[in-house]
Design a protein around this ligand. Sequence first.
Ligand code: PMP
Length: 397
Amino acid sequence: LFANLPLLPADPILDLGRVFAIDNRPHKINLGIGVYLDEQGVTPIMAAVAEAEARVETAEDTKAYLPPRSVPGFADNIARLALGQDSDLPGSGRLGVIQTPGGCGALGVSGGLMRRSGIKTVVMGTPTWSNHRPVYTAAGLAVRMIPYLDRATGGVDFAGYRAAVEQLGPDDVLLLHGACHNPTGVDLSPEQIDIIADIAAARGFLPMIDTAYHGLAHGLDADAYILRSFAQRVPELLISYSCSKNFGLYRERTGALIAIGKSPDRAAVLESHMLDLAREFYSMAPAHGALIVADILGSPELEANWRSELATMQRSIQARRNLLADALEKTEVGDSLSYVRDQNGMFSLLPLSPEQTQRMRDTHAVHMAASGRINVCGIRADNVDYLAGALASTMIE
Ligand code: PMP
């Protein structure tokens, strides 16, 4: 019966970890992984998470189902984190929110919601995270790419992006990244965000903001600018929210889908469909990570500790960016890649061909995605000069 199914290759990004593990050169460097690493190369369990987890485990006396919308205190606190303490949206009734299995679960449910609403096309800036196209194609939607990254400057091709966005209409969704664009690290400025949000309001397309690194660019409030600007300007908005990176909860599959409706009635309709789609896919999200997040955000003291740990992670990422830019400036590459200093979050896209990334691995033991995407968290004070030398010799050859 299954004879006609071909064997599929392993996911190239997820497979990078396996290839790195079997490389026995002691000086190997892992820039391929998609998780935060501290300066010791460890993806830590945050102290606030460990404390909340202990409390959750002590308090838990059953594994019976919890309400499918959200474990108590999770969905509402995520909406507060995303939209801000002062937002009047939560009180207005215009929010539909459900807990999801990570950001990916939220993206999947959003695709179903779009298809049920009659949306035809999801429009994405080039390049985008490799899972965006499959998720929306699986939902039966067409995907269309528009300009975004300006490879020459390592910034946004805003003229090209804006011109394409001005053509969109009510059958379209514009997929935007929250702060820390994956794979480029290139984010819209606040002024550019306002312009795109005004165009969305005028043209009537639906913005969908995929938020996976909240707090890791410039802090929780600064990074939420895109969410809050759109929420103020457009009548309807979708936000996927991942707790994988900013709470370090990756494997616990913790996230949310937030829908802003035109009216309380429309928000209730949206939430009813989100719950129905979740029931179709996986019934309900896992509880463990969400209980931890709810405990942290429900306790002012733990929340303050978590915010301070997150700020430390954000500063550490910025420090690693500076290390790389400083080291490259001392090589033949000069300041041509200095834009890595100003990009946001863990990822940058280096101008390397797949052959060059292969050479980085084979000759220099530096592992990265074939696209040239690097996770700057693999950079440390004691490997950065070696890395910069390897990059220079590969790029200049
Ligand atoms: N969106 C983007 C852009 C991401 O980079 C990620 C994580 N790699 C996600 C969504 C979803 O992550 P998760 O499902 O693990 O929460």
